[in-house]
Structures are given as C-alpha cells and as structure tokens.
Design a protein around this ligand. Structure first.
Ligand SMILES: NC(=O)c1ccc[n+]([C@@H]2O[C@H](COP(=O)([O-])OP(=O)(O)OC[C@H]3O[C@@H](n4cnc5c(N)ncnc54)[C@H](O)[C@@H]3O)[C@@H](O)[C@H]2O)c1
Ligand SMILES: [Zn+2]
Length: 354
C-alpha cells in the first residue's frame, strides 16, 4: 500500500493499493472513533462493493447505514442532496457520526457536500472507485452539485478525514469511464511530470500494473497544488489545463461527450495552439496527441472555434474581460496566460482542425 499525505488546512492520508476494500474499516478506525457511518453510493457501485465495505466497517466496530442514489451525473443535484440529508436525519446520524462516499466523482462530490452542511458539518471519508475520482476529485476538498444554470455551481470546501483507493475496484470500470480518468492523469503529467506522462505513451495502463504508481503521482501533484492554494485563488488554476475548451465541448454536446474525453480534446487543441504561438515544440505536441490516441481519447473536436469560444465565455463562474488559459510549454511544464476574452476564438482557431 502507498500512502500520500495531503497537508491541506487539516492533514489527511490518501491510501492507495490493491485489496483495500477489506481494510476500509481499519483505516476508518484510524481516523475516527467507531460510530454510525452512512455509506453513500450509487446504484451501479452499490451492488459491486457495498457489502464488502459494510463488512469491513462493521468488523472495525462501525454501525453502517447504506444509501444508494441512481448512478450518473443527472443525480448530482439539489434533489438528491436533499434526499440524502433527509435520510441522514431519519437515520439519526449525529455530529459525532460520519459519512462514507463509495463511488466515482458524483458520489464523492455529493457526499462531501452533504457532510459539509448536515448539522453544519460532519466528518467524511472518500473511497473513490473510478480512476477520475482516484486521481482527481477525491483529493482537494471541493464538493458540489449541479444547478440548472450549470455544473458544480453549489458546494462547499471540505477535506475528507481519509481517502481509501482500492485499485482492484478499477477493474470493473467500463473502458470509456477508465479513459475519462486517464485524460486527467495525462493532464497531470503534462503539467508537472514527464515520467508520469511516459506511462501513457504505450496505451494499455490497466493491464500493466502501472495504476498504483500513476494514482500516487497524480495525488501527490494535486495535493501539492491544493496545499499551496486550497481555496482556488491562484496556482490551482493550472489544474484547468484543457478544461476551458473541454467544458465548452461538454456544454455544446449537451454533456453527450464525457468530461475526460472533452478535456482530452481541449488539451490537444491548446497544445497545437501553443505550438502555433511558438511555445510548445511540434515533437511534444505529437507525443501528447499519440498518448491521448493510444488511450482511446480524442485530440480534437468537430465544433467550430466561434461556437467553442462562445460556450467557454458563457461559463457562469467567469467574470471580467480577461480569461486565464493554461498553456503547455513542454511535457511536464505549463504556464498561466491571461488573455482578453476577445482573443479566445483566434487562439482556439490556432489549435483546431488537426
Ligand atoms: N471535486 C472535484 O475536485 C472534482 C474534480 C473532477 C471531477 N469532479 C466531478 O466528478 C464527476 C465525474 O466523476 P466520475 O467520472 O467518477 O463519475 P461517476 O461517479 O458518475 O462515475 C461514472 C460511472 O461509473 C460507474 N462506476 C463507478 N465506479 C465503478 C466501478 N468501480 N465499476 C463499475 N462502474 C463504476 C458509476 O456508477 C457511474 O455510472 C463529475 O460530476 C465532476 O464534476 C469533481
Ligand atoms: Zn477535470
């Protein structure tokens, strides 16, 4: 087992390794006294892993109340949050009890939000079961639900007590869902770590035993950025590599194109734009495109630059006449670039039409 310590406002450990589901109880008992623990999961992950998690927690002295919501992003809303809060109240969960998020980023985001607001805040543990949740959403303390007006518009910052990542659970992921996580991991490589990036150059990461290394590195990098900028005021913006255009692609496709796939296309576009601005070498752009393709990810989009720019600028969280783009310089290094919003379309034009 590998352990990465995250020194956010409050420090916590991310445990990564095979077979950790059966040690979840022991790990939980290491960070909190045995109590009632509400395991919040979805209807796909529940049948796969809930029973073993429950047994493990009960074996360590916890009393488990399970709750499953319908799997999928469409559940990440105020209605599901409200149902979870009512369930917690009906189950008699008190301030000395805890929540346990079992699942992908949707379970993690909504359970974290519930933990942040139920009785004005109770403890929670994250057990990510998608690669995206393992390398990205379970670390950093951002929680959220979607509003009708846009994604992730309501939430709180709340760090978990611990993160338990059993790499065996990733074996049941559909290939498309695995690639969504790979896109975020490749992003981390392009941002900070050429060695991490190189693990994706041959494709086929799941068979090769590379996952624990990949997750450990991604968590370490994300942890470092979060430690420096817990509340997303500066350096954390680097994590948005590929995301300005990626979010636009998701939005135009009405979320038919998944987040990871959209971010992959966004990275391809911004890398070619960087090359055309004389920043990134053609060789590095080709390496990025090949790594994305080798892992079943797109490198471009069919949407027009004007449409992409319009969608990107309609982001509810954006303000003012400037936007900060993350521009890759080479594999392992990126920079933040403030541009006027009027320049966005022409930058996108430099990177589309591969
Ligand atoms: N909080 C953050 O910092 C942060 C960062 C990135 C993304 N996110 C959020 O994460 C969400 C996306 O995460 P996701 O892709 O994990 O979504 P998800 O939780 O919906 O999981 C994707 C699908 O995989 C299924 N699944 C999960 N684990 C499985 C397993 N082991 N085997 C088989 N099927 C499994 C789920 O039931 C679901 O159908 C988005 O809502 C996004 O906004 C949050
Ligand atoms: Zn992302």
């Amino acid at each position: 087992m590998k352990t990465v310590r995250i020194n956010a406002g409050r420090a916590y450990d991310v445990h990564i390794g095979a077979g950790l589901t059966d040690r979840a109880g022991k790990i939980a008992a290491g960070v909190m006294k045995p109590c009632r623990i509400a395991v919040i999961t979805d209807t796909t992950v529940g049948p796969l892993y809930l029973e073993r998690v429950k047994q493990s927690l009960e074996g360590a002295g916890f009393s488990v109340c399970p709750y499953a919501f319908p799997a999928g992003e469409q559940s990440k809303n105020m209605a599901t949050l409200s149902d979870i809060l009512e369930f917690l109240a009906e189950s008699g969960i008190t301030r000395s009890d805890a929540l346990f998020a079992l699942g992908g980023g949707v379970s993690g985001d909504i359970t974290g939000f519930a933990a942040g607001v139920f009785l004005r805040g109770i403890k929670f543990i994250q057990m990510p079961t998608t690669l995206l949740a393992a390398v990205d959403s379970s670390v950093g303390g951002k929680t959220a639900v979607d509003l009708k007006a846009g994604k992730n518009l309501a939430g709180v910052f709340l760090q978990p007590e611990a993160v338990i990542c059993d790499t065996d659970t990733l074996k049941t992921l559909p290939p498309e869902t695995l690639s969504d996580g790979i896109a975020e991991a490749i992003k981390t490589g392009v941002l900070f770590d050429e060695e991490l990036f190189s693990k994706f150059e041959g494709g086929d990461i799941s068979e090769s035993g590379k996952l624990p290394f990949i997750i450990e590195r991604c968590v370490t990098h994300k942890g470092r950025v979060v430690e420096a900028d817990e509340f997303d005021r500066g350096e954390r913006q680097l994590l948005n590599l590929g995301h300005t255009i990626g979010h636009a692609i998701e939005k135009i496709s009405d979320y038919g194109i998944s987040h990871g796939h959209a971010v992959a296309a966004g990275m391809g576009i911004i890398a070619r734009a960087s090359q055309n601005m004389g920043i990134m070498d053609r060789g590095d752009v080709t390496r990025l495109e090949s790594a994305l393709s080798a892992n079943g990810l797109p490198i471009d989009t069919k949407y027009a630059p004007s449409e992409l720019a319009r969608a990107a600028l309609s982001d509810k969280k954006r303000k003012g006449s400037e936007i900060t783009l993350v521009i890759p310089e080479r594999i392992g290094r990126c920079r933040l670039m403030k541009i006027n919003i009027d320049a966005l379309q022409s930058i996108i034009e430099k990177g589309t039409g591969a």
